[in-house]
Structures are given as structure tokens and as C-alpha cells.
Design a protein around this ligand. Sequence first.
Ligand code: HEC
Length: 125
Amino acid sequence: MKIVSAFALAATLTVALFSGSAMADGDADKGEKVFKKCKSCHTVDSGGKHKSGPNLFGVYGREVAGTDFSKYKALSADDGVWDEDNLDKWLENPKKYNGKKTSMSLKLKKEDDREDVIAYLKTLK
Ligand code: HEC
């Protein structure tokens, strides 16, 4: 029994270590594939037009609602910056981000997908 629980503890620690460092370890190439789901509403090129959602060029590190997009609903009064934590929270469930209504209906439920998409968003500069 002792051996089994030591093994379980080691496994738990490994998972904890990995998830602790995971935020920085997204795969941008995979993220670009995940981003196909986002393209109906977002362009990513510099100076790209806004669609149903704002252009996302340079979004990482930018002020929340920092473009001239005129249809921000949930985000218009927010004064945060798009860092990993905020993006993770937004992408997991935009409607719960600050409790305000938004027309961004897509949720990325898988943590891996969010990490990969965030890694991809970081390349848009
Ligand atoms: C149905 C359309 C739609 C889809 C699909 C969509 N978004 Fe959005 N997105 C929006 C809208 C609308 C906003 C503005 C939110 C608001 O203020 O209500 C937004 C805002 C954002 C913002 C904040 C931009 C800023 O300027 O502050 C990010 C980042 C973002 N979306 C990323 C994504 C990613 C990544 C995906 C794919 C996983 C995605 N979106 C899918 C419509 C969409």
C-alpha cells in the first residue's frame, strides 16, 4: 500500500508541476488551427477590418477593448490588459468574464486549446 500511495503522490506532483508551467507552454501552431473557430468573427492581420468581433492583431499585452471597434458590449468599461490570465478567463467563458452580456458566443473548454490559442495570439505582432 505504501508503495502505491508514494506512486500516487509522485503522479500528483508531476501533474501539479506540469499544470503550473503550462500557461507559458502553449503551441502556437496548434493554436493557429484552433483559431479557425474564431475566424468567422476576428481578423488577425495588421490593420485588418473588424468583423462581428474586433481585429486581434497585437492583442496580447493590449488594453482590453483597446481598438476602435464600435460594438464592444461586455468589455467596453473594462480597464485591464490582455495577459495570459485574462485571456484564459475570457476564452474559457466570455459570458462569465465579468458577468456582462457579449455576442462572443464561443467557449474554449479545453485548457490545452486555450493555451495553444494564447500562444498563437502572442505571435500576432
Ligand atoms: C460569434 C463571434 C465570435 C467568435 C466565434 C469569437 N469571438 Fe472573440 N469577440 C467577439 C466579440 C463580439 C468581441 C467583443 C466582446 C464584447 O465586448 O462584448 C470579442 C472579443 C474578443 C477579444 C478581446 C479583444 C479586445 O479588443 O479587447 C479576444 C482576445 C477574442 N475575442 C478572442 C477570440 C478567440 C481566440 C476566439 C476563438 C477561440 C474568438 N474570439 C471567437 C466575437 C467572437
